[in-house]
Design a protein around this ligand. Structure first.
Ligand code: GDP
Ligand code: MG
Length: 303
């Protein structure tokens, strides 16, 4: 904890229409492929936190569940969360395509942003697709008056071009303060929890009441390939060998049914193809062990 007074820390949210490159930018900023966000804003039920740490301090990225017009109760909840997030964070990053065309979606985002005092950095992404670099000036000119931007940063998330400038600009607007996470933290991975919960739910439903003492699900690994497919390796943990047999089923039939049902739901949620691999392990009395409970995503104090 040396030099805390010199370090900055704060919250940043990344907004923008689907496919503008939010996940790509996040992945490049944190340097690993684990920031899994969905292209459907409605599917991100809660904020996803990704953490970037360097000598200057720490940036905690929150994923807003999309700024869109509410269509139902869940939609309303999302819009509320989004509006709250915009107020609470220290910096808003708004990603746009390199174009002078500003559509209704962008205008709607600008309207939401005009309601808060949070500094907004406009990120013009995908500049690697522009042939004449001077064109960037026309995009900047088109956007300049849409919103009161603190900074405008053209970059390429995919080619990792100018992302260092973006980090510099973000740090400029963060307050000095203590770090919120260990420096090796990259994400709190709520997507993992959601995936684990979905697998558990499918297993319990398909197994009926055959497993009296329940099961836990551990996500061993969850990675997004460059083509968007997500590989998920998960283990179903049960208490007895006899339970393991039931979960696997004849010739693996039950495990296959659980896997297929869970995979379809995870695909739906993340809006991409998922390659799900399931294993079954016996851990006797896992529910009596604090260590196992924590390991399997439960906080014993909350039960
Ligand atoms: P999101 O929906 O905003 O999260 O967008 P993604 O990060 O999933 O990116 C959507 C598509 O745009 C993917 O095919 C990316 O490879 C592509 N993409 C993202 N950033 C860039 C960039 O800087 N340049 C180019 N050429 N493509 C990009
Ligand atoms: Mg995405």
């Amino acid at each position: 904890m040396e030099d805390n007074k010199q370090k900055k820390s704060g919250f940043v949210t990344l907004i923008g229409r689907p496919n503008v490159g939010k996940s790509t930018l996040m992945n490049h900023l944190i340097g690993q492929k684990i920031a899994i966000t969905s292209d459907k804003p409605q599917t991100t039920r809660n904020r996803i936190q990704t953490v970037y740490t360097d000598d200057r301090g720490q940036i905690v990225f929150l994923d807003t569940p999309g700024i869109h017009k509410a269509k139902n109760k869940l939609g309303e909840y999302m819009v509320n969360v989004a509006e709250h997030t915009l107020k609470e964070v220290d910096v808003v990053l708004w990603l746009v395509e390199p174009t002078t065309f500003i559509g209704a979606g962008e205008r709607h985002i600008a309207e939401q942003l005009s309601k808060v005092n949070t500094p907004v950095i406009l990120v013009i992404n995908k500049i690697d697709t522009i042939k004449v670099q001077e064109e960037i000036l026309t995009f900047i000119a088109a956007y300049k008056d849409v919103c009161d931007f603190a900074e405008i940063v053209p970059l390429s998330a995919l080619k990792d071009k100018n992302t260092d400038v973006l980090l510099e600009q973000i740090f400029k607007y963060l307050p000095y303060g203590p770090q919120f996470y260990d420096e090796d933290t990259v994400t709190d991975q709520p997507m993992r929890q959601i995936a684990a919960e979905l697998i558990r739910e499918k297993a319990l439903r398909l197994l009926d009441d055959e497993i009296p003492h329940g099961i836990a699900v551990v996500i061993e690994q969850m990675k997004e390939r460059p083509n968007g497919i997500i590989d998920v390796d998960a283990t179903i943990v049960c208490e007895r060998d006899s339970h393991k047999g039931i979960i696997i089923g004849k010739g693996g039939s039950m495990l296959k049914r659980i896997g297929t049902a869970a995979r379809m739901e995870i695909e739906n949620l993340m809006d991409t193809k998922v390659n799900l691999k399931l294993w079954v392990k016996v851990r006797r009395e896992w529910r009596d062990s604090d260590m196992y409970m924590k390991n399997y995503g439960y906080n014993p104090k909350e039960i």
